[in-house]
Design a protein around this ligand. Structure first.
Ligand SMILES: [Zn+2]
Ligand SMILES: [Zn+2]
Length: 346
């Protein structure tokens, strides 16, 4: 799926085969998720070189390895975090490839996975083995939104059993966060404009849901929780949702910002006065390194977490080319998964 110009039509066409870079690998894509980040790139919020192939949430089979790759062979079932570290810097060596200053992101810094094949860098550092018990679709669902939600709630917010967490936004990240928070034993409030999305949040175990229809969301959260949530997550990324999430916290609460906040200046207004007076922790979260996957994969293999339940539909590349430009306004609750091997339905 090739993008020739910013906000232009997406065309499914033949391109030259991907080639494995030194230390990298080529993956035959079996499943790849359509994500709001793809829409951000399409409208021009990211610095991408054209022509471009989007796609950053993927799972598939290794079909070629580059020079120097030691851990992987043709035929291996793999997935990859959307942030691929260089494998050499101090952050990569300390297990924090998600903030590598020399990072690669398929579908952003180079051609991505909305294709039959995708080339990935630093395979020994970034690829993650997918056990036979986990489907390609479930594994692809992890790469960006699910892993991001997992890391946001565990390593960043350190959400504990019995705590209240308010999750603003019930799209892919938000619904993942609802599922993970319940598995951690927390009490969950989901907030969204869409009642359909909130219905899904309920089926995933949300204890309370709030329709963001102009009402004072923090006031409702404070009433429900008796003083505010211990943890808040902005899974949307807007001035309003960020402020609602932070204002929903109780004193000394922890906020995790996951939704992207693109702005021309790089600055977004946020209620820092409240953060000072109530000693709030404001945390950022940016994906999750390959090193941290085994704990999450173990919970999936044991059935505690089931990301495949978040997949709403599976489409072809041709269908995805129509859906991506309207992601911002017309995305359904749950995830849209692409299988590049599907032919367009009549
Ligand atoms: Zn994504
Ligand atoms: Zn690095």
């Amino acid at each position: 799926m090739v993008m020739e110009q910013i906000a232009g039509p997406l065309v499914v066409t033949e391109v030259p085969d991907a080639v494995a870079p030194a230390g990298g690998a080529v993956i035959e894509v079996h499943a790849t998720g359509l994500c709001r980040s793809d829409w951000h790139a399409w409208v021009g919020h990211d610095d991408i070189a054209l022509p471009h192939v989007p796609g950053h949430e993927l799972a598939g089979v290794v079909v070629e390895v580059g020079a120097g790759v030691e851990k992987w062979a043709v035929g291996d079932r793999v997935t990859v975090p959307f942030v691929c570290g260089c494998g050499r810097c101090e952050w990569c060596r300390s297990g924090n490839a998600q903030v590598c200053p020399d990072q690669q992101q398929p579908g952003f810094t180079h051609w991505g996975s909305f294709a039959e094949r995708v080339a990935l860098h630093a395979a020994d550092r970034n690829l993650v083995a997918v056990p036979e018990s986990i489907s390609f679709a479930a594994a692809a669902a992890l790469g960006c939104r699910f892993a991001t939600a997992y890391r946001a709630l565990t390593a960043r917010a350190q959400l504990a059993a019995g705590e209240w967490v308010v999750i603003v936004g019930a799209g892919g990240v938000g619904l993942s966060a609802v599922m993970i928070a319940k598995a951690l034993g927390a009490k969950v409030i989901a907030v969204d404009r869409s009642t359909a999305a909130l219905d899904v949040a309920r089926t995933l175990g949300a204890d309370e849901v709030i329709v963001a229809d102009g009402r004072d969301v923090p006031e409702v959260v404070h009433a429900v929780t008796g003083g505010g949530a211990h943890v808040s997550v902005d899974a949307v990324g807007s001035e309003q949702t960020c402020a609602d999430a932070i204002h929903s916290l109780r004193r000394r609460g922890r906020h995790v910002q996951v939704g992207l906040l693109p702005s021309a200046s790089g600055l977004t207004p946020a209620p820092l006065a409240r953060a000072i007076a109530w000693e709030l922790d404001l945390l950022g979260s940016h994906g999750m390194a390959a090193e941290d996957y085994p704990g999450m994969l173990d919970l999936i293999a044991r059935g505690t977490l089931h990301p495949q339940d978040l997949i709403e539909r599976t489409v072809s590349l041709e269908q995805a080319a129509e859906l991506l430009p309207v992601m911002d306004s017309a995305s359904p609750a749950g995830m849209t998964m692409i299988d590049p091997r599907l032919t367009p339905s009549a």
